[in-house]
Ligand binder design. Structure first.
Ligand SMILES: NC(=O)c1ccc[n+]([C@@H]2O[C@H](COP(=O)([O-])OP(=O)(O)OC[C@H]3O[C@@H](n4cnc5c(N)ncnc54)[C@H](O)[C@@H]3O)[C@@H](O)[C@H]2O)c1
Length: 265
């Protein structure tokens, strides 16, 4: 039986990769996208699904997305992905930006999860939620006070859902991406005085010594929403090339450098 799923921020980046992957998996996918041009572009590939133009920080727009999904098929999944990457600290805060960030990047997830859970309970059905968090949820980055805090909250929300709704078969998991090749990442790289150095530094965060591709988050979201993950819930899974497995940057073993022909720098 076809089921529907909502993906927020489906116009580009990780959300777009997840949106397209879930369409290929056979879901009726309803995207929620703020930018009209991106929404129209995603709508053109939505197949049996649809894209709503709206704000993932608005309860009303989240409800519109849910209602559209339920028109297409019973709701089986929900992916909260849209978030604002606004830097900031505590000693020189920009109040408007902090409030905007929390409205979309934490409360948007909270109300998105609530819409999904209300629908699953109304259907008397199980369901699966995937929250796109970040490695910022488990390790602090200077200059990202509100972003780090929002991502930590998302992990707590994910665990809460797993515990409260596990008994009725509703699962929730979070994905913690490292640096992934998206417009967001490109903006961060381009805003640096030395973009080439910045890109190398970004890659070097990960033991795999590269940034990730958006499809590498799409495939994990696909798994977590699927029956293959039927006993996986309450987990916050890094998709980060090993970044959070390491606390020290070790030199690569010379025999591996030779065997694999690795470039050293
Ligand atoms: N790119 C990375 O390196 C990276 C790393 C870790 C976590 N993440 C997380 O992944 C998620 C997606 O990031 P991305 O890099 O794909 O971002 P992006 O900026 O490339 O794309 C975000 C998409 O969401 C849309 N959007 C923004 N605000 C919205 C709103 N209020 N309502 C609806 N749509 C909205 C944008 O128009 C865009 O289409 C975010 O939660 C981000 O925190 C990204």
């Amino acid at each position: 039986m076809t089921r529907s799923v909502v993906v927020t921020g489906c116009g580009t980046g990780l959300g777009r990769a997840i949106f397209e992957r879930l369409i290929r998996d056979g879901w009726a996918v309803v995207g929620l996208e703020l930018d009209e041009t991106r929404a129209a572009d995603a709508r053109s590939v939505a197949g049996a699904g649809d894209v709503i133009t709206g704000d993932a920080g608005s309860r009303e727009d989240l409800r519109r997305a849910r209602d559209r999904a339920v028109e297409l098929a019973p709701l089986g999944g929900w992916v909260n992905n849209a978030a604002l990457p606004l830097p900031g600290n505590l000693h020189d805060p920009v109040q408007d930006e902090v409030e905007r960030l929390f409205r979309v990047s934490l409360m948007g997830y909270y109300w998105g999860c609530s819409e999904a859970i209300q629908q699953f309970v109304a259907q008397r059905s199980p369901g699966a939620i995937v929250n796109i968090s970040s490695i910022h949820a488990r390790a602090a980055f200077t200059g990202w006070a509100a972003y780090d805090t929002a991502k930590g909250g998302i992990n707590a929300l994910t665990r809460y859902i797993a515990v409260e709704y596990g008994p009725v078969g509703i699962r929730a998991n979070a994905i913690e991406p490292g640096a992934m090749r998206t417009e967001l990442l490109q903006r961060v790289i381009d805003s640096d005085p030395d973009p080439a150095r910045m890109e190398r530094d970004m890659a070097a965060i990960h033991p795999m010594n590269r940034v990730g591709e958006a499809s590498e988050v799409g495939s994990v979201a696909s798994f977590l929403l699927s029956e293959d993950a039927s006993f996986v819930t309450g987990q916050c899974l890094p998709v980060d090339g090993g970044a959070t497995a390491r606390c020290y940057v070790y030199p690569v073993d010379p025999t591996l450098i030779e065997a694999y022909g690795l470039e050293t720098r």
